[in-house]
Design a protein around this ligand. Structure first.
Ligand code: CP
Length: 322
């Protein structure tokens, strides 16, 4: 794998998950692979989990890691081609990415969408340019439309928990997984929801998405998912509930409603099959998810965050083995 930007870059999802779980048991078994190799982690936006878990994954593999918050610590970046740079931008992405590619063997890159222009965001203009000009293997640390390391960690978590809950039948019975929209005060990208949907549509699960009208995701990510606008109906007998806010795709980047009544709480948990409750974090307590859920037995949010390391390590191991 020279590029990890979506589920489509993965040849065999089951084997990548198995690799991650094996690394979780033996984190240092491939230290030789990363000897004298450098990972660059380049952020255009804030991060806690992605930054630290990917760094830890690389260190476990014996790599050296350089981290840069390019948006704050680098020169103001120009991403458009053919412009006369007589304004505020100082360095073009062609040179910035080209230079970084000379210092690193693999680069992780994060660039969120503007949420102003759907066509531009969904063309993945900045991420794709970075990949083109750095000329080394690239891992997405979350792009305008997807967050594949998060989705891989989410799938690992579901497989792991499902196997513990159903030791004899885990491979025979598909879990019911529900992605539910949640309220938020700020317009957020669709990336986590898009990506989770895309991975679930390829995984061995029964997948349902529920959201208020106006929050339909782009059909390119939701191919064989069941979509319901009635949250109560959707949550019935769920084995896993993934809670996440996203802004409108159709009325691009806008908040359509205050989302009253959509927060996941213990009353709604009763509708489910004692579901594991998931969220990628950071989470707004009392808005997206009730405290009682986050502090309760069913919360899997820390399991997901833990699995971010093994997801990143499985992807890095694959790239280092080329
Ligand atoms: N879930 C996630 O990507 O967290 P960070 O934005 O903190 O990296």
């Amino acid at each position: 794998m020279k590029l990890f930007s979506s589920v489509h870059d993965v040849q065999n999802i089951d084997s990548l998950v198995a690799d991650a779980l094996a690394l979780k048991k033996n984190p240092y078994s491939y230290q030789h692979l990363g000897k004298n190799k450098t990972l660059g982690l380049i952020f255009m936006n804030p991060s806690l989990r992605t930054r630290i878990s990917t760094q830890k994954a690389a260190l476990n593999l014996g790599m050296q890691v350089i981290v840069m918050n390019l948006d704050k610590e680098g020169w103001a970046l120009e991403t458009n081609d053919g412009v006369i740079m007589n304004g505020t931008t100082v360095e073009h992405i062609r040179e910035a990415a080209g230079v970084l590619g000379q210092y690193c063997d693999i680069i992780g890159f994060r660039a969120f969408p503007s949420l102003q222009n759907r066509e531009e965001d969904y063309s993945e203009n900045i991420f794709n340019k970075f990949v083109t000009y750095c000329k080394v293997p690239v891992i997405s640390l979350e792009s305008a439309t997807r967050h594949p390391l998060q989705s891989l960690a989410d799938l690992i978590t579901i497989k792991e928990v499902w196997a513990i809950k159903n030791p004899a039948l885990a491979k025979k019975i598909k879990p019911k997984v529900v992605l539910t929209w949640a309220p938020h005060v700020k317009p957020l990208p669709q990336a986590v929801a898009n990506s989770f949907a895309e991975w679930m549509c390829k995984a061995d699960v029964e997948f349902t998405i529920t959201h208020p009208l106006g929050y339909e995701l782009s059909p390119e990510f939701t191919s064989n998912a069941t979509v319901k606008h009635n949250q109560t109906e959707a949550l019935k007998n769920a084995d896993f509930v993934y809670v996440k806010n996203w802004s409108s795709y159709t009325n691009y980047g806008k908040i359509q409603s205050d989302g009253m009544g959509w927060m996941m709480d213990n009353q709604k948990l009763k509708l489910t099959n004692n579901a594991g409750i998931m969220h990628c974090l950071p989470v707004r307590r009392g808005l997206e998810l009730a405290d009682e859920i986050l502090d309760g037995q069913n919360s899997l949010v820390l399991n997901q965050a833990n699995n971010r390391t093994w997801a990143a390590q499985a992807v890095l191991k694959n790239m280092l083995s080329l």
